[in-house]
Structures are given as structure tokens and as C-alpha cells.
Design a protein around this ligand. Structure first.
Ligand SMILES: Cc1cc2nc3c(=O)[nH]c(=O)nc-3n(C[C@H](O)[C@H](O)[C@H](O)COP(=O)(O)OP(=O)(O)OC[C@H]3O[C@@H](n4cnc5c(N)ncnc54)[C@H](O)[C@@H]3O)c2cc1C
Length: 319
């Protein structure tokens, strides 16, 4: 299968023959257009866009800084109109990594005064107070291309046999949830597995089979990322059904229970990092703890307060 490679720096065009071509060109992949040019159909796309933007800055920990947390997260609560959130990570070299985020185009500014004002507007002052006197040691970096985009190559009836589209080119996620690299690695693992099963002597139908596997590999991450993004009122994309809404409600309560429940916190981090299936969050012991936490708090505290957590580093049971 020939592929035309253009080196724009050297103004050279080269045709490379290959038995198998893998498109790993990320979100800006042009395979959909190339397919149409070659007489195939472009894949259907599912897009969920919360118009979330975030801004990040590094700080030096100020002298005398004391905190009982390693990570502070303030998550938004779209159902109460709170579309802003943030996180601070205390990392090596006595540094703080501060991230502010806003949805529905309520983007955090990337200039000094606006960034601090956005921090001050959060429903708790803890974030603002942590960075107010800290020395900035980087510019403020902004990022806004955060839509989730699944190109459904697995649904195409006709597709070049030995072409595979993977990673972000196949399915890109809102990067705020930090899943994309793991999913790209899961795709690579699926590809490796399929190559071992099918061998390289006859690659007919390989592309279609690979995309079927990728569809399974991205599923959990897709549900988690879009489930969160679809909470926002102006998010573009198909609204979740009853089941997804129930899961959102449960996740709300679970997140509120995390600072006081190490088992739930560990399971949550593992599910978010895709090292365990999200089904782990529905283990009876965790459900029980979530219910206990829910009923031990006043209704206001449960539903209207901002979700804020101060997490100590977690250790797996038995560590
Ligand atoms: C701001 C931001 C923060 C993120 N944070 C996290 C995180 O914390 N954790 C996480 O897991 N994921 C994160 N991600 C997502 C992660 O970066 C991507 O999911 C992952 O890099 C996808 O890998 P990929 O190989 O599919 O694509 P990419 O990493 O985008 O690589 C594609 C490559 O192809 C090249 N390319 C494109 N077109 C052509 C062409 N025509 N010819 C030749 N080369 C081409 C590009 O230059 C690029 O090098 C983040 C993404 C962003 C944008």
C-alpha cells in the first residue's frame, strides 16, 4: 500500500510502500479527507464539547508555606451554576502546579491579574491563598481545544484493508481528564495483540478488526470524559440517558466521600487513571461508605457546597 510523504522543509515528496500503514497523527489527522478523495466514506463522528478551557502556571513554594495537603482540587458543580474549578499539585523542587479551568467558554485568563481574579472567584479561598504570595516561575499557559471527538472508523462498511487509525486520530478526549496517553497505549496494546493473532502474512481485513478493538479500548475513558462534560448546560453533544444521570449522581456523592474514605479514593484514582475498570467504584463496600457519607451530611453540605478535597498521597492497601 503506497503512501505519499511530503517533507515541507526539504520540498521533497517520497512514495513509501508499506504492508501496513498506521495513522497516529493525532487530533488533526487528515485520514477522513483522504478517504473521501480515494472514493471511500468519511467516518461518522461523535463530538461532545463543553467548551472547557484551562490555564496552568508554575510557582515556587513561598517561604513558611504550610499546608496539610499535597493535592487540592476544587471541582465545578454545573447543577448549581458553578462552572469553574481548579487544582494545585505540590511537586518536587518545592514547586506548585496551579491549574484553573472553566466551562461553557468561561475560560480562565492567561494574564496575571485575570488569572488571580479567576482564582479568587472560586467558592473557596484556599486556592487563591495558596498562590497569592507564591513566586510565579513560568508564564501562564492556556489551552482550549478540549472537545471529545470519536471518529467511528469501526462503523465503516468499506475501508482500506491495511490502514489503521489510532490514538487521538481515532478518539481524542478532553485533556483535562488526563486519559489520552493511556488510551493511546491501550490502542497500541490492542494492535500488538491483533498482529500476534493474525500474523503478518495475510493482513486482509486488518484495519476493520483493529478499529473494532479500539472501539472497546476507548469505551471506559469515553464514558467518563463525556459523562463529566455533559453535565454542563451548554455542552454540545447528545444528552445522557437515565442510567448515565444516575451514575453522575452517584459520582457526585462518591467524590464528596473521597477525602474521608481511603478505599474509595484509591478506587477512584485507579478508575480515573484507567488502571482498574470503573465498575470497581460500585463495589458493595464503596457503595455502603458513600451512602453512609451522604446521610451523615446535611443536605446543603451534600448538594450545594463546592466539591473540594485535600488529598494526601495514597497508598495501596498492604503497602
Ligand atoms: C494540553 C494537553 C494536556 C494533556 N494532558 C494529558 C495528560 O495529563 N495525560 C494524558 O494521558 N493525556 C494528556 N493529553 C492527551 C495526550 O497528549 C494525547 O492523547 C496523546 O498525545 C495522543 O497521542 P497520539 O500519538 O495519538 O497523538 P499526538 O501525541 O498528538 O502525536 C501526533 C504526532 O503526529 C505528528 N503529525 C501530525 N500530522 C502529521 C503529518 N501530516 N505528518 C507527519 N507527522 C504528523 C504531530 O506533529 C505529532 O507529533 C493532553 C493533551 C493536551 C493537548
Amino acid at each position: 500500500m503506497p503512501r505519499r510523504i511530503e517533507d515541507r522543509n526539504r520540498h521533497e515528496v517520497e512514495i513509501i510502500e508499506g504492508d501496513l500503514i498506521v495513522d497516529a497523527t493525532g487530533r488533526t489527522s487528515r485520514t477522513p479527507e483522504w478517504l473521501v478523495e480515494m472514493g471511500y466514506e468519511a467516518p461518522q463522528e461523535t463530538v461532545v464539547n463543553a467548551y472547557l478551557g484551562y490555564a496552568t502556571r508554575w510557582y515556587q513554594v513561598p517561604p513558611g508555606f504550610e499546608a496539610d495537603w499535597k493535592v487540592m482540587t476544587i471541582t465545578s458543580r454545573p447543577e448549581t451554576g458553578l462552572l469553574r474549578g481548579g487544582g494545585i499539585f505540590r511537586v518536587e523542587g518545592d514547586r506548585l502546579l496551579a491549574i484553573l479551568a472553566g466551562s461553557n467558554k468561561d475560560y480562565p485568563p492567561t494574564e496575571e491579574a485575570g488569572f488571580l481574579e479567576f482564582a479568587r472567584s472560586l467558592p473557596t479561598q484556599a486556592f487563591y491563598e495558596a498562590i497569592r504570595d507564591a513566586e510565579p516561575i513560568s508564564p501562564i499557559y492556556g489551552y482550549r481545544k478540549t472537545e471529545n471527538r470519536h471518529r467511528h472508523y469501526e462503523r465503516l462498511a468499506r475501508f482500506p484493508e491495511r490502514l489503521v487509525v489510532t490514538g487521538d486520530a481515532y478518539c481524542g478526549f478532553n485533556p483535562i481528564y488526563g486519559q489520552g496517553m493511556t488510551v493511546a497505549a491501550l490502542d497500541a496494546q490492542a494492535l500488538d495483540q491483533l498482529l500476534r493473532e493474525q500474523g503478518t502474512a495475510d493482513l486482509s481485513g486488518f484495519g476493520a478488526k483493529a478499529h473494532q478493538r479500539f472501539a472497546g479500548a476507548v469505551e471506559n475513558a469515553w464514558l467518563m470524559a463525556t459523562g463529566e462534560d455533559l453535565r454542563y448546560p451548554c455542552t454540545e453533544g447528545e444528552r445522557p440517558g437515565m442510567m448515565a444521570r444516575f451514575i453522575q449522581l452517584y459520582m457526585d456523592r462518591l467524590i464528596r466521600a473521597l477525602p474521608s474514605d481511603e478505599t474509595a479514593a484509591l478506587a477512584f484514582m485507579q478508575a480515573m487513571n484507567l488502571t482498574r475498570a470503573p465498575a470497581e467504584l460500585f463495589r458493595p463496600r464503596i457503595i455502603w461508605n458513600v451512602l453512609k457519607d451522604t446521610f451523615s451530611k446535611a443536605p446543603d453540605e451534600n448538594l450545594n457546597a463546592p466539591r473540594q478535597g485535600h488529598f494526601q498521597p495514597l497508598t495501596a492497601p498492604g503497602d
